[in-house]
Design a protein around this ligand. Structure first.
Ligand code: XIL
Length: 450
């Protein structure tokens, strides 16, 4: 009986003690305070925080702040639970002081805070109140894709302040200009050239030959291939001659190589034959001896087979002394792809061939495949986009001067971007928001020019 009473009293005492320790193992020593140690892998936008091992700790809680008294926290780094002895802290601003501290944790028990460590990210704080064209001045053009119905108000303010080059998003393509053999509608291309001249903007011509914007009358053309060739020669020479001295450069042929490689089967290949690309470049050169002539295509950094076939085409053209001056990489990319190295490898191949490089249609999607689709531009995606613009512009800026021409972004305001229809999902791929305000992406562009 006495033992039963004793056992009963012991178990009540044990239970009371367990409650008093609310779930922490009663006999474990209290948690020592961790020691935060020297941070490592410090970059413009990240660092690795580290601390020493605390025996009996199950995990640690990391705080990161801009203030040494932690009055506020960096998003995602307030009591961040970490089981390792290090944590990478990302999405930070260059040349900025940060503070971090940690606690040791075991069930409901936690230590006091560690010492506080200060760390300064690398890089330079840039003056963000600078226009893109001024920051790139004397280095290369900063361009934007435009349309005649978006040249006034906020568009005009940004075009004349931030940019010094324009490309027609659609209104210099065949479907707009070429109404029939010898029949041309110059209304909109003329308006764009006039706008550029009036505002001292460079203008890049886009695009003389593209399989997507072929006029209906041409797809149903029943004449001979010889007649078709004459029509094409007249078209290219008439357009290039009209704007000689006004338009600095042309995308002569756009997207002639298939995804995955091989020459794309188009009406031009069918009716003009396998050397149609060479013919188009020749005709453009005959029309204007000074205009820069580009071949333009997309997704070559990430699609190696396509990339190789683009360079095989260019090698053939150069071997036959066809007048090609440059290569346009459209750069319709995302925050995740292609990588810097992939873009660099593509650019290096162009430089090996002494080609001028144009990042001709840059936009950076924040809702790429493989990522959860976000319905608003989250701070995280906004920052990732800033880093991608910085990376791409920095890479372009490293190209030797004689081979630089322009970085052209494919639109001005996010809501106007072709990406939204093309991918049928929300996205914010450009440098300015719906109200013409600069985005972090704009800062990323400036940082890339640092
Ligand atoms: C796109 C325009 O942005 C759209 O507004 C239009 O409906 C279709 O063409 N590659 C090119 C560009 O070379 O001309 C395309 O522009 C986008 C892909």
């Amino acid at each position: 009986m006495k033992n039963l009473i004793l056992f009963f009293i012991m178990s009540i005492a044990f239970l009371l003690n367990a409650c008093a320790n609310d779930g922490d193992e009663p006999d474990l020593p209290s948690l020592k305070n961790p020691v935060a140690t020297t941070p490592s892998d410090i970059t413009d936008n990240s660092f690795t925080a580290s601390w020493n091992f605390v025996s009996t700790a199950k995990s640690y809680r990391l705080d990161v702040s801009l203030q040494s008294d932690f009055t506020s926290f960096i998003e995602g780094y307030e009591s961040l639970e970490v089981t390792a002895l290090t944590a990478e802290v990302t999405d930070l601003t260059p040349a900025t002081e940060y503070y971090f501290r940690v606690k040791a944790v075991r069930e409901s028990a936690e230590s006091d805070f560690s010492n506080v460590v200060m760390v300064t990210t690398t890089g330079t704080i840039i003056d963000t109140d600078v226009n893109l064209k001024d920051k790139a001045a004397g280095n290369f053009f900063v361009g934007a894709a435009v349309s005649t119905n978006r040249l006034t108000g906020g568009y005009n303010d940004l075009l004349t302040n931030e940019f010094n080059s324009i490309t027609a998003e659609s209104e210099m393509k065949m479907r707009t200009i070429f109404l029939g053999p010898g029949d041309y509608d110059w209304t909109r291309p003329d308006a764009l050239v006039e706008y550029a001249t009036d505002n001292n903007l460079n203008i890049h011509g886009h695009a003389l030959v593209w399989h997507v914007e072929v006029p209906d009358w041409m797809t149903t053309f029943t004449g001979s291939n010889e007649e078709f060739e004459q029509i094409m020669e007249d078209y290219i020479k008439t357009v290039v001659t009209r704007y000689a001295g006004k338009i600095t450069s042309w995308d002569v042929v756009n997207e002639a190589i298939n995804d995955g490689g091989g020459v794309r089967n188009t009406i031009f290949l069918d009716k003009l034959g396998p050397d149609y690309i060479a013919k188009c470049f020749q005709w453009a050169r005959e029309a204007d001896p000074d205009v820069l002539l580009f071949y333009n295509d997309y997704n070559t950094p990430a699609d190696l087979t396509k990339q190789n076939d683009v360079y095989a085409l260019i090698d053939e053209l150069q071997a036959d002394n066809v007048p090609i001056d440059g290569l346009g990489l459209q750069m319709h990319i995302s925050i995740d792809s292609p990588t810097r190295q992939q873009i660099q490898d593509d650019v290096d191949k162009a430089l090996e061939r002494n080609l001028i490089v144009h990042f001709s249609e840059l936009d950076v999607r924040v809702n790429p495949d493989g990522r959860e689709i976000v319905g608003t531009l989250t701070e995280e995606r906004d920052f990732d986009q800033r880093l991608k613009y910085k990376e791409v512009v920095d890479l372009y800026n490293d190209i030797p001067d004689p081979f630089k021409y322009a970085i052209t972004v494919w639109g001005i305001r996010d809501p106007d971007s072709w990406i939204i229809n093309q991918y049928d999902r929300p996205d914010w791929p450009l440098l300015f928001d719906g109200s013409f305000n600069r985005k972090s992406a704009h800062t990323g562009f400036l940082e890339g020019l640092e």
